[in-house]
Write a protein that binds this ligand. Structure first.
Ligand code: GLU
Length: 297
């Protein structure tokens, strides 16, 4: 019997959904419907300083307006910090995490003082390793105190995961997939994961006890997600996600990083720039069917 595929749309309630989110949600929903799969909504609200109940309510409202249906109950990450702490503890037990109390500004200053200091794919300077060799502390203790970040010792982690870490990506790597809805039989290619480009990434922070990276791999596994379909802005993060899946012995979903919907100036739509939100379209009298059409469905 073939598996029932599971897709998810996982927005962060930090702003109103815009056309880019709608594209991702419609693509996941359509792919799930086309293969008789399941479609989940997950609220990624671990960033407690930025998540707002009003934005979360608006996500439900906007998706329902688009005509989407999703399974209940909806997983809200802020209710599951214990699951992420357990995963961090496993990494800690492998000797892969260390506490770090450097400030972002310390790292920035260090990078500025070293010409050509390497940067991660999001353009943040790599962590220089200042706290790596301090005596290790237990993950539980660091999380309970809440005063420090937990960083992954990348060299150790990569060595433990071994050579030849790949993920399966729909379409050819390096080529932006076209906007048509890919059919279920379309091929996947193998992309080599290069987690070292992220350096000693923080998996928990002083103000957030779990990072996006740890929460997303734990949740995709717990929810049995078979197909991660999300924007190309997260393509490089997948290297890190594959590494965490391998270390935590989690199942490996297939990936499809779809093109991003750009604004008229060719820039990525962003909540922070106040890009056209779905509610602005709705208030202007645009119908949900028009949004589907505008996005090529
Ligand atoms: N929560 C992320 C975002 O809103 C998406 C994460 C994912 O799909 O893996 O950008």
């Amino acid at each position: 019997m073939s598996e029932r595929r599971v897709f998810r749309f996982a927005p962060s309630p930090n702003g109103y959904l815009h056309l880019g989110h709608a594209y991702s949600a419609l693509l996941n929903f359509t792919l799930a419907s086309n293969c008789g799969g399941r479609f989940l909504l997950r609220i990624e609200d671990i960033d407690l300083g930025r998540a707002r109940p009003a934005f979360e309510a608006a996500i439900h409202e906007d998706l329902a307006w688009l005509g989407l249906e999703w399974e209940r109950p909806v997983r809200r990450q802020s209710e599951h910090f214990e699951d992420y702490a357990a995963a961090l503890e496993s990494l800690g037990a492998m000797g892969l995490l260390y506490a770090c109390d450097c400030k972002r500004s310390d790292i920035g200053r260090f990078a500025a003082a070293h010409s050509d200091w390497p940067r991660d794919p999001d353009s943040a300077p790599l962590y220089p390793g200042t706290c790596r060799d301090k005596p290790r502390r237990s993950v539980r203790e660091v999380l309970a105190e809440g005063g420090a970040a937990l960083r992954l010792d990348m060299r150790k982690a990569a060595a433990l995961a071994g050579e030849g870490l790949f993920w399966r990506e729909r379409g050819a790597p390096g080529r932006a997939p076209d906007s048509t809805v890919p059919d279920a039989a379309e091929g996947f290619s193998l992309v080599r994961a290069e987690p070292a480009q992220w350096g000693d990434v923080a998996l928990a922070r002083k103000d957030t006890p779990a990072s996006y990276h740890i929460a997303v791999v734990v949740d995709d596994a717990l929810q049995g997600v078979t197909d991660v379909v999300r924007g190309r802005d997260l393509f490089f993060a997948t290297s890190l996600h594959r590494l965490l899946q391998k270390l935590l012995r989690l199942p490996e979903p297939r990936y499809f990083h779809h093109e991003l919907i750009l604004d008229d100036a060719g820039e990525k739509l962003a909540k922070s720039r106040g890009s056209a939100t779905l509610r602005a379209f709705r208030d202007a009298g645009v119908s949900a069917a028009e949004v589907w059409r505008k996005l090529g469905f």
